[in-house]
Design a protein. Sequence first.
Length: 75
Amino acid sequence: MRAFKLVFHPERCKGCELCKSVCPKGVIGMSHQVNLKGYHPACALEEEKCIGCQSCALMCPDGAIEIYLKEEGDQ
């Protein structure tokens, strides 16, 4: 089974939750912490459930999410 690494750039996120709304597996949530702009940025709730569809990254208007296929040995 493939595993994916989600990379969030919290400083770019404005907390619009568009990424959260399109995730078919409910992987994305909003952080309890705020970024420098005062927004609750997106974060992974259960990264291991990610299917790598990239819907969240494509939906994000600020380019705050990247998804990579984990290589063997990656954490």
